[in-house]
Write a protein that binds this ligand. Structure first.
Ligand SMILES: *Cc1c(COP(=O)(O)O)cnc(C)c1O
Length: 396
């Protein structure tokens, strides 16, 4: 059988070795505690599920949905942007519901990139940006996200000839995996850069509602001129613990939104309508659930940071996102350290290099770990440190 070159060129799964080790441990009956996955462990709020069940009973929702979503859903999405960010969007031309934002993040490359075109993608980053730009035949220019620059790309260092050719610029704040945040001053620079070089900005913002210590992340769409140069992806996944239901949105530039709508109308038949009604309920409903989830994550964040510091792993408490981006101790690589934690104490963390070369030297820990597992995981991390001390004593 001959598969397409496109598929053959797909990068191999980066955690093959670690996944194998996890599977082996589990097969031996050993319990593995995972800080690896960014997927809310807290259930979807009850009022949202109630609406979903009710809508599932209505035969009108058993038929094909419209690809562009219910008008009420697009209005609820626009209303949410208005209330949350003070941004007015036209629900018909500037809002497009998605089957989870990953679906739109993946497909947008096909709307903007022709073979040979360049996409500017952060490194480290959510891998979908670069893989899908490559599937569209594009070339990549990696913008390093480094600690010294607060994990923001330095747009001024992108060579002129690259900027001139680039068609698409990917950004993601609050950031996965680095947990960095961006302010409106940075977004203003982005708009200027995009205008100057005629680049479409795609801002991926699924963590805008997951924030701590009273911090409220801005939307790229709040920036003057943002709507002329780009779009923003948002999702109900992380805001309302709805990863399993698959619903998100793209908002912003009408021409880009229309391109994505046209592409999608040839590929999918929209989001199951009962789920659309659940999303309307979530977006229009009370937001105390969001605050309550953030309080839970914030407490976990503080517990994890304390333990990391006590075992010699450097990390700053994030202002937003579901992640802690921690430096591995001296003498380790990301993969070495992740492997050692798994082998010695059965704790899974994600090596930073899974998100790009500039992730070397870091590991990512997720806050979506249920409290009981969290407590166990933290005590195992402390055990790792004790084991180290023991071995040091033996050596000297
Ligand atoms: C979780 C995540 C998404 C995708 O969320 P959906 O569930 O597909 O809406 C997109 N981008 C980043 C950076 C994420 O971490």
């Amino acid at each position: 059988m001959r598969l397409s070159r496109r598929v053959e060129k797909l990068p191999p799964y980066l955690f093959v070795e670690i996944s194998k080790k996890i599977a082996e441990k589990k097969a031996r009956g050993e319990e593995v505690i995972s800080f690896g996955i960014g997927d809310p462990d807290i259930p979807t709020p009850a009022h949202v599920i109630e609406r979903l069940c009710q809508a599932a009973q209505d035969p009108a929702n058993h038929r094909y949905p419209e690809s562009e979503g219910l008008p009420e859903l697009r209005r609820a999405m626009a209303g949410w942007y208005q209330r949350r960010f003070g941004v007015s969007l036209d629900p018909d031309s500037e809002v497009l519901p998605l089957i989870g934002s990953k679906e739109g993040v993946a497909h947008i490359a096909l709307c903007l990139i022709d073979p040979g075109d360049t996409a500017l993608v952060p490194d480290p980053a959510y891998p979908v940006y670069s893989v899908c730009a490559m599937l569209a035949g594009g070339r990549l220019y990696h913008m390093p996200l480094i600690e010294k620059n607060k994990f923001l790309p330095n747009l001024g260092t992108i060579p002129q000839h690259i900027a001139k050719k680039a068609k698409l610029l990917w950004l993601n704040y609050p950031n996965n995996p680095t947990a960095a945040v961006a302010d409106l001053a940075f977004f203003k620079q982005v708009v200027e850069f995009a205008r100057q070089h005629e680049i479409v900005v795609c801002h991926d913002g699924p963590y805008s509602e997951v924030a701590y210590d009273g911090y409220r992340p801005p939307s790229f769409m709040e920036t003057e001129g943002a709507r002329e140069v780009g779009i923003e992806f948002h999702s109900l996944s992380k805001s309302y613990n709805m990863t399993g239901w698959r619903i998100g949105m793209a908002v912003g530039n009408a021409e880009v939104i229309d391109a994505l709508r046209r592409l999608k109308s040839n590929m999918d038949s929209g989001i199951p309508q009962a789920i659309q009604y659940a999303a309307i309920e979530a977006l229009n409903g009370p937001d105390d659930c969001v605050e309550e989830h953030n309080r839970i994550y914030q407490r976990r964040r503080d517990l994890i940071i304390d333990v990391l510091q006590s075992i010699g792993v450097e990390a700053q408490p994030p202002k937003a996102s579901l992640y802690i981006w921690a430096r591995v101790p001296e003498g380790y690589t990301s993969v070495n350290f992740a492997t050692e934690l798994l082998e010695t104490v059965g704790v899974v963390v994600t090596p930073g290099t899974g998100y790009g070369r500039n992730g070397e030297g870091y590991i990512r820990l997720s806050l979506t770990i249920p409290d009981a597992a969290l407590v166990k995981g933290l005590s195992r991390l402390a055990d790792w440190r004790k084991g180290k001390r023991g071995s040091n004593i033996k050596i000297t």
